[in-house]
Ligand binder design. Structure first.
Ligand code: AMP
Ligand code: GLY
Length: 425
């Protein structure tokens, strides 16, 4: 099979590494890809993920057998529909199902209608009404722009003044663009956060092993929200009892709800769960693999990923048994100092060769490119996802941090407490 992956971050690198292991994959292509992915796939850096016409042209030119759409924007924007219309076998939800991530108003209303546990909420399309509602609301409170906002459209407000400023930011100043035409205002809930990714074929859902992300930039969950500074898998908070509850009330219920709405979901559903004292609640759905969750989940999966992808597309997932190694993985993101605000890029990355031939170590590239001298240089806020497996979280964590010392680049920055939850339970 010739496979084309759409995307160019650490998640796509992890997906490419999994596919490369499959004996069924003859050649990998990736658009736009990055310098790490380019070591195992032919990349086309000049094509963007929203450049649908050029993606179609590229897929035709390379005569690919399968297209895997990884990021949220093209999924919500209908790339799967487009590729299917052009005759390509494609993995990922169509636009009418990707709305599960693309609209928070849709996903909250779906959960309410089908009794899927989530935080209490109201939706607004009028800023005046939102401001009026806030006057009697309990603080802290959570404001969410309806649409995609690079994971930044969620504001946690401690006071009425902050919340009023937040409504203005989202709905009037349009800080997140048209994503703020509507918004959700929801109850503030507390508890550990766990990410559960799953494969879905429209009817059947098979969940993968659990993971936890670290979203804040600095140690101790301080600093600004980022796209994710590191992950570990499995989550020690995700017990058998919690899994059982989620199976009964959340996972299949979500897939059935989408089917009942005439929006059959095929692809990956990412459940962002909060384990509150009252039980698990869905914080958000994503219609795709998480980044950097994928880096610690896929490397532990025993199945041939191509078999699972085929089953999702063909509706035969009920015949697949997902299997994960009985170990753990930790991913530490090496970022450019200053991320997520301002940072410099273009610095040479050295030491990457040290990962070669080391079984349980991976260096997934998130923001890298080849410069005109053929050197691999930094090309983003998040640069690398240094990942290691170990018999347990403690060992995986020690190994991942050991490997972070193998690579160097100017302004290298990382958190030092990824996976520390293991000391808390
Ligand atoms: P989301 O993009 O919906 O995952 O929200 C981003 C982050 O905001 C989550 O990972 C949580 O840490 C936090 N968050 C979202 N909704 C709530 C809520 N209802 N209560 C408390 N924290 C929340
Ligand atoms: N790590 C969170 C996400 O992929 O949205």
């Amino acid at each position: 099979m010739k496979v084309l992956i759409i995307g160019g971050g650490g998640r796509e690198h992890a997906i490419a590494v999994s596919m490369k292991k499959s004996s069924r994959v003859e050649k990998l292509y990736c658009v736009p890809g990055n310098a790490g992915i380019a070591q195992i796939a032919e990349c086309e850096p000049s094509i963007g993920v929203m450049d649908f016409d050029r993606i179609v042209e590229y897929a035709k030119d390379k005569q690919v057998d399968l297209v895997f759409v990884a990021p949220d924007d093209p999924l919500v924007g209908g790339l799967v529909d487009r590729m299917e219309a052009e005759g390509f076998r494609t993995f990922g939800p169509r636009a009418d199902a990707a709305v599960l991530e693309g609209s928070k108003v849709f996903s909250k209303d779906l959960m309410k209608k089908y009794h899927i546990p989530t935080a209490a909420y109201e939706t607004f399309d009028d800023p005046g009404e939102a401001l009026e509602y806030l006057k009697t609301a309990k603080m802290p409170i959570v404001l969410k722009a309806d649409g995609l906002a690079l994971g930044k459209g969620v504001l946690i407000c401690n006071t009425l003044q902050e919340a009023q400023a937040g409504v203005k930011e989202i709905m009037l100043d349009k800080h997140f663009g048209s994503a703020g035409n509507r918004m959700v205002i929801e109850e503030f809930i507390t508890g550990p956060e766990v990410s559960v990714l799953s494969f879905v074929d429209g009817k059947t859902i098979k969940t993968m092993t659990s993971a936890q992300d670290h979203k804040r930039a600095k140690d101790g969950d301080q600093g600004l929200n980022t796209g994710g500074m590191g992950t570990f898998s499995p989550s020690p908070f995700y017990t058998k009892e919690i899994d059982q509850f989620c199976r009964e009330h959340i996972y299949q219920a979500t897939v059935d709800a989408m089917a009942s709405e005439g929006r059959e979901f095929r692809g990956v559903i990412f459940f962002g769960l909060m384990l509150t004292p009252e039980g698990p609640r869905v914080l958000e759905f994503n219609a795709r693999f998480g980044d950097p969750e994928t880096q610690v989940v896929l490397c532990r999966m025993k199945n041939d990923i191509m078999d699972v992808i085929d089953a999702c597309i063909d509706g035969t997932l009920d015949q697949v048994e997902l299997q994960f190694e009985d170990n753990a993985a930790v991913c530490v993101v090496l970022a450019s100092d200053g991320y997520p605000e301002s940072y410099e890029k273009g610095f040479e990355i050295t030491g990457l060769g040290r990962f070669e031939g080391k079984e349980d170590y991976y260096c997934f590239h998130a923001g890298s490119r080849l410069d005109d001298k053929g050197r691999i240089v930094t090309n983003g806020g998040r640069v690398l996802g240094v990942t290691a497996k170990g018999a347990n979280l403690r060992e995986a964590r020690a190994r991942a941090y050991e490997a972070t010392e193998w690579v160097s680049f100017a302004n290298k920055y990382m958190r030092h407490d990824i996976g520390k939850a293991i000391d808390e339970v």
